[in-house]
Design a protein around this ligand. Sequence first.
Ligand SMILES: Cc1ncc(COP(=O)(O)O)c(C=O)c1O
Length: 397
Amino acid sequence: MTKLSNTRTLAQATKAVHAGTLRSQFGETSEALFLTQGYVYDSAEQAEARFLNTQPGYQYSRFSNPTVTMFEERMAALEGAEVARATATGMAAVTAALLSQLSAGDHIIAARALFGSCLYIVEDLCPRFGIAATLVDGKDLTAWADAVRPNTKAFFLESPTNPTLEVYDIAAIADIAHAAGARLVVDNVFATPVFQSPLKLGADVVVYSATKHIDGQGRCLGGVVLCSEDFLTKYLQVFIRQTGPSISPFNAWVMLKSLETLHLRVEKQAENAARVADALAQHPAILRLIYPGRADHPQAEIIARQMTGGSNMVAFEVKGGKAAAFAVENALEVIHISNNLGDSKSLITHPATTTHQRLKPEQRADLGISDGLLRLSVGLEDAGDLIEDLTLALDRL
Ligand SMILES: Cc1ncc(COP(=O)(O)O)c(C=O)c1O
């Protein structure tokens, strides 16, 4: 096998096409799919050496697989991370990134505006295993600092958040975490590697649901954890190897090939989202519009510092609460109702009754998830068609 040499001087878009390629003896242009569970050895001595780690090579696809390696190396190159490990889902990535480093007696601080399943990990699962958890308003730097305890080991946030697209100051929060001797883990799903690089802002670990923009075409589930060699060796490697949240080589191959078009897709989606957001902002049926690419976003100053684009996500509140929000969803023809996001198809969801249904009404109110709020993941359709679809639906209210 041949491998692309050092790609560090290349631009992100070039790395997205080439980085991590392992070419077999057949010299294929498109990366090979190694759909294999195991590997055979030339001798008993070779098998022993592989297990002793004295000889490089694959042993079993729960630990590693050449197609998965290509996806991991490409992701690491895109993110500027020392290493990456792929997982079966985004939630497996979040769980591995947090639980691999935490033990009973430790303390985690997280922004309370988290995706529902991430909130479950922090709020329900961690305490069940003796890891204390504190949830703070992610915008409030003093709240992060005040929540620190002597046993605080990890900070966790997503930015922009799901679904209200709040943005947090990653560099400032990383500084608070580091001063406390803790690591900052950032879920970078909404921003994507194209628009935000948390490691460059000071985060220690980045996680993705590759299910979203990385696949980008609604096919496979997947996740990625990006971190330092040190974090991998101390915590992540053994956790993944022994607990088995491994990605299927097939899914890793789909993700790997999707990375080649990530920039094109995400940049076009963000361009569409900006046009959709501007059109929605004018509509009389809209109470509140949130788009990280607009000057009226409450954290526009932080966005200008830490993001290079506004993302494909738009949130808006319609007048008339749940009934009006449902009426808008049901009247749409081009945009589909789905709790998924990052797809080439535009998808809309009503967070209060879907992704954030599990929260108590007061928690939702606290997070700004009103009954009239809709979250739109803008896809690759013609922006004019999307605007017309939304306008016609809103006009009926
Ligand atoms: C911000 C965020 N993190 C994590 C996840 C979980 O990813 P997956 O569905 O791939 O497990 C999601 C899924 O919607 C998400 O939106």
